[in-house]
Write a protein that binds this ligand. Structure first.
Ligand code: CAA
Length: 380
């Protein structure tokens, strides 16, 4: 793996860093406090090509590699973790599977408007009674002629309140277990579609999350993504890529916390000198910086493998596992360095800590990442 970035990768990183400093960081605290979806920032991300970073230009994407995507996710999430996850879901969980599994006609209908930023996508796998055990879903799609009739409920859907279309997973043949699951592209203006009220969350409070419901919703067979029964593999392959995005989101959150803790430590005085002069603080900063860099290397390895076209499931799981747990440790230490101020909303340290927590849960909990890694270690 080459750790020297290409000219294009450096440019994307620098562009996103500038955007985050100027357009996200100054507003992120207010958006969080007001639970306000950053619609204007998301529109600008679309103009910058950041809603479909690794989709080829012929389909309206930025045509860049997955390293660029990881770099962009780190920088954007450093500015605002809510904006980061909104971007991640449209890139990894919506555009990526449509690009990978869609027919040319499906890409024209379901990809182009979503790469252009005219529309926003979401991904609906989780249900009230099936999270980690994704194959246990209750949502059904019953074939009737040239269409399917969808009934069921999905919850914790990131971008759910704003999405124009959702990639929905449903049982088409329950006795076959995971081989009886199929994937469907569902427009949110379809008859029979409804949403719950936005979820009240601990962190990433500016990103939209809600439950969605399907009641006798008719989906044309032409809008099934992949073959009948291929849905579980579509979901798993999609989540491999998504886990790189969430790992990079966690990394960005941790870096924001580290940078702010460093600045605070150099400024704040105790016992007649900046607290950065004390070894207790220096060792915390040293550990935080080391862990941030270690996470980045795992993320870059997984992204480089995705770019090479080799299986990267275990490497993406390692990157997400380590980066998310690292982010919780680093953001917690950042609060410690800020002392009492770190526990107030006057500083961003508490928000970073709250934002980090979900990265250990969504797109597969830390426990599921360990399951994936262990299966890879033990195979054959
Ligand atoms: N790529 C392609 N195929 C895969 C795959 C992958 N990464 N992982 C598994 N498969 C295939 C297997 O090869 C197997 O195929 P065959 O039957 O043909 O051999 C099939 O899928 C079943 O595999 P397993 O037996 O390993 O499946 P399992 O039922 O034991 O579960 C699991 C595997 C890893 C636990 C999986 O259920 C899982 O990842 N669960 C977590 C779900 C998750 O991440 N949910 C997040 C929700 S989305 C979200 O959070 C989005 C958001 O809003 C931000």
């Amino acid at each position: 793996m080459n750790v020297d970035l290409t000219e294009e990768q450096r440019q994307v990183r620098d562009l996103c860093r500038k955007f985050a400093d100027e357009e996200l960081k100054p507003h992120a605290r207010k958006w969080d406090q007001e639970h306000r979806f950053p619609a204007e920032a998301v529109r600008k991300l679309a103009e910058m090509g950041l809603l479909a970073v690794a989709v080829p230009a012929e389909w309206g994407g930025a045509g860049m590699d997955n390293m660029c995507y990881a770099l962009a996710m780190e920088e954007i999430s450093r500015g605002c973790a809510s904006t980061g996850v909104t971007m991640s879901v449209n890139n990894s969980l919506y555009c990526d599977p449509v690009m990978k599994f869609g027919t040319p006609e499906q890409k024209r209908k379901w990809l182009k408007p979503f790469t252009a930023g005219e529309k926003l996508g979401a991904f609906a796998l989780t249900e009230p009674m099936s999270g980690s055990d994704a194959a246990e879903m209750r949502t059904v799609a019953v074939k009737q002629g040239d269409a399917y009739v969808l009934n069921g409920a999905k919850n914790f859907i990131t971008n759910g309140p704003q999405a124009d279309a959702i990639l929905v997973f449903a049982m088409t043949d329950r006795p076959k277990g995971h081989k009886g699951i199929s994937a469907f592209l569902v427009p949110t203006d379809a008859k029979g579609f409804s949403r719950g009220k936005p979820d009240e969350k601990v962190g990433i409070r500016a990103s939209g999350t809600c439950s969605v419901f399907f009641e006798d919703l008719v989906v044309p067979a032409a809008d099934r993504l992949g073959g009948e029964g291929d849905g579980f593999k579509v979901a798993m392959a999609t989540l491999d890529g998504g886990r790189i995005g969430i790992a990079a989101q966690a990394l960005g959150i941790a870096r924001a916390a580290l940078e702010e803790a460093r600045a605070y430590a150099k400024d704040r005085k105790a016992f007649g000198q900046p607290i950065a002069n004390f070894q207790a603080i220096q060792f915390m900063l040293a550990d935080m910086a080391t862990e941030v860099d270690a996470a980045r290397l795992l993320i870059w390895r997984a992204a480089a493998m995705k770019d090479k076209g080799v299986r990267f499931s275990a490497e993406a799981a390692m990157a997400k596992l380590y980066a998310s747990e690292m982010a919780e440790r680093v953001t917690s230490r950042a609060i410690q360095i800020h002392g009492g101020y770190g526990y107030t909303t006057e500083y961003d340290a508490e928000r970073h800590w709250r934002d980090s927590r979900i990265t250990e849960i969504y797109e597969g909990t830390s426990e599921i990442q360990r399951v994936v890694i262990a299966a890879n270690i033990l195979k054959d």
